[in-house]
Write a protein that binds this ligand. Structure first.
Ligand SMILES: [Zn+2]
Length: 186
């Protein structure tokens, strides 16, 4: 599988954002409502661009935990994964400074799971690409179907919509952010 760089994924999303029609926006909103909210809206867009019918995506190891494996030949869906390091701060003396830094520097939407106070918070250093697969690209771990035919194992029930449907303003904001011309090359 060819590896994608964060820059390449960013370029692809910028292109897609520039071509969004009202129908595509509505389709993306429906997809975003299916996909779990552990994904940022940005990553939901990345998933939708690469696999518009995706409904439930996990990494390879997590699918194993769910009793499924990635089917032969299925390419992964690239998403952004934050690269973080834990700020070294033991002791409570630094709490106020840390809070001040936090409120100033970290108002991103991807947070949510970063550390609790006193443990040293996680500082985002950038992004790397990680890969996920849709449930439709997986088969049961014990699947015995021939490799050159579609899996005939009983399919799991499609997951109920698990995410929040983003409103028009949130989608517009994302599209504008993606198409904003940072390095004005035109
Ligand atoms: Zn099968």
């Amino acid at each position: 599988m060819p590896k994608m760089t964060p820059r390449q994924l960013g370029d692809r999303l910028e292109l897609a954002a520039a071509m969004m029609t009202p129908e595509a926006i509505a389709d993306f909103q429906a997809a975003a409502a299916r996909l779990d909210d552990r994904h940022s809206l940005h990553n939901k867009f990345a998933i939708w661009v690469q696999k518009p019918d995706a409904s439930q995506v996990f990494g390879m190891m997590t699918w194993r935990e769910h009793g499924r494996k990635v089917a032969r030949g299925q390419g992964g869906i690239a998403i952004f994964a934050p690269v973080t390091r834990r700020e070294a701060s033991d002791g409570d003396d630094n709490d106020q400074a840390a809070t001040r830094r936090r409120s100033g520097a970290d108002n991103g939407k991807d947070g949510g799971k970063d550390g609790t106070a006193g443990q040293g918070r996680r500082i985002r250093k950038g992004y790397r690409i990680s890969y996920v697969w849709d449930i439709s690209q997986t088969v049961p771990v014990d699947c015995q179907c021939p490799a050159d035919a579609p899996c005939a194992c009983p399919q799991p029930k499609p997951p109920a919509p698990a995410g929040t449907k983003p409103d028009d303003a949130d989608v517009r904001e994302l599209m504008e952010a993606l198409t904003a011309d940072d390095d004005s090359q035109e």
